[in-house]
Design a protein around this ligand. Structure first.
Ligand code: SF4
Length: 240
């Protein structure tokens, strides 16, 4: 696939995600209003990227921002720890919230409307997440282990609909706790129930391994049942 085709493919992917997100929020007027406005902003961003491409500047559709190298968990198979990008010691040098905000603004000017916040555990950087909340034209999926989501975060997600937590879960209690640590599954289920009762959009990220995905999707239907039962507005990311 040529670079330009890839660019078109990614842009079409963004538009498809936005359309599906708008449809998924029809039963929640506040979320629908935000998603409707965001859909317009995202279309504008696509036009800016296309204009940049024509002028010879390639701008990707998504930005991945690892906003901290700290994490409280030691999940089996964590690529970030394997690469020594996540460490147990205090980070020596991190960008400040103001520096991240400047990067987010530059990304918006270049035509990026999706920025994935990653870590380590990104919820440890409340200052950066609050800064992201001030940029309604960008959707920020926050890939989180869920253990730091508290009342203050729920209030922030309610106020800033562009912040979308995406919780990492492997399936049932046994599978999730075996990879992430005892008690994590119950915490994630409680989070999802809270998101649902507060009408907040959220997502789930499942890392597929031979152990939790040994056969066809049909044999693993329990994962999907779990996620769909837990919320009306879930977005899924499945990786392996
Ligand atoms: S929560 Fe994420 S960053 Fe932390 S150890 Fe687990 S996989 Fe790695």
């Amino acid at each position: 696939m040529s670079e330009l085709n890839l660019q078109e493919y990614m842009s079409a992917g963004v538009e498809r995600i936005v359309k599906e997100a708008v449809r998924a929020t029809f039963s929640n007027p506040r979320e629908t209003v935000f998603m409707g406005k965001f859909a317009l902003a995202s279309s504008k961003a696509t036009r800016i990227r296309k204009a940049n491409e024509k002028a010879g500047l390639h701008v990707p559709a998504f930005l991945l921002a690892s906003i901290t190298s700290s994490c409280n968990l030691h999940c089996a198979g964590c690529y970030s720890r394997a690469n020594h990008a996540t460490l147990d010691c205090e980070p020596l040098k991190q960008l400040t919230a103001a520096e991240w905000l400047r990067i987010f603004k530059e990304a918006e000017e270049l035509g990026i409307s999706f920025i994935f916040l990653l870590g380590g555990e990104p919820m440890l950087r409340r200052d950066v997440i609050e800064a992201a909340g001030t940029m309604p034209n960008i959707l920020f999926p926050i890939f989180t282990n869920g253990t730091f989501i508290d009342e203050k975060y729920y209030q922030l997600f309610d106020k800033c609909r562009n912040l979308v937590p995406v919780v990492s879960i492997e399936g049932n209690r046994e599978e999730t706790d075996a990879r992430r640590g005892a008690g994590v599954y119950d915490r994630l289920i409680a989070n999802m129930e809270d998101f649902r009762s507060r009408g907040l959009i959220y997502g789930a990220s499942v890392t597929v391994t031979k152990k939790i995905w040994p056969g066809s999707p049909r044999t693993n239907i329990s994962i999907f049942s779990l996620l769909t039962d837990a919320g009306h507005y879930s977005l899924w990311n499945i990786s392996r």
